[in-house]
Design a protein around this ligand. Structure first.
Ligand code: COA
Length: 206
């Protein structure tokens, strides 16, 4: 498996490795979305964070990206003035698989951005990283999130019970596992999504 590109450009989005200088944009996106993030993203319960904490966090994200251990990315508009959300390709499943996670700032939900970003990452995972499987894991109660793998042709594998961190009332949450295998990717919506991708030096890789 090859490491993901540093910068991915889709129709409306730049999806790229976070940089410490993105801290004010990340903080503003999270702080303005806390009510919608808290039920689904366990880290959001520790928000809001100070700007200095965000700088430290983004240094860790950038470090992990450079070391090839985890690939956490920001989602931006095309001129990169605003952070629209966060996503990533995570190696936490198996050696031939990557898992996609995502959140979109509240002011920009309902425009198909999580679907566009996840389609772009799926294409990169198969065509650049050369994985055999991409996974998306969703809480069964999260209707908006469930729609994304379904729209992209991922197949529902099943429910793992009490496998996510506890909800705000301390109750462990179930998770639905969706996967797309290489043979299903060909001909899927992600297979034809427009994507440009660039390595750390800015050279095109896709
Ligand atoms: C889930 C989330 C990422 C969706 O982002 P988005 O950019 O609005 O997603 P999209 O517009 O690409 O797709 C959402 C789909 O869900 C549908 N949807 C939204 N709310 C819904 C609901 N309550 N019930 C059923 N479907 C719903 C939308 O209609 C859309 O489908 P459509 O394109 O067929 O109309 C965003 O709401 C979010 O960040 N939520 C908080 C964090 C989170 O839940 N992250 C995911 C953890 S697995």
């Amino acid at each position: 498996m090859s490491d993901p590109p540093y910068r991915i450009v889709s129709e409306r989005l730049v999806i790229r490795c976070w940089e410490p200088r993105d801290a004010p944009r990340l903080k503003e996106a999270i702080d303005s979305s806390l009510e919608e993030l808290r039920p689904w993203m366990p880290w959001a319960r520790a928000e809001p964070q100070e700007l200095s904490e965000k700088v430290a966090l983004l240094r860790r994200f950038r470090g992990a990206f450079d070391l090839g251990t985890d690939f956490i990315m920001g989602i931006f508009d095309l001129d990169e003035r605003e952070a629209l959300g966060g996503t990533g390709l995570h190696k936490r499943r198996s050696a031939d698989a990557l898992e996609i996670g995502y959140w979109i700032r509240s002011s920009h939900v309902g425009q198909g951005l999580a679907t566009e970003s996840s389609a772009a990452l799926t294409r990169v995972a198969f065509e650049h990283c050369d994985v055999d499987r991409v996974e998306i894991r969703v809480d069964p109660a999260n209707e908006a999130s469930l729609a994304i793998p379904r729209k992209l042709g991922f197949v529902e594998e099943g429910i793992l019970r009490r496998r996510l961190p506890p909800d705000e009332d301390g109750v462990p949450r179930d998770v639905i596992v969706f996967s797309l295998f290489r043979d299903g990717f060909v001909g899927s919506p992600a297979g034809s999504t427009p994507v440009d991708a660039f390595d750390a030096s800015g050279e095109p890789v896709l």
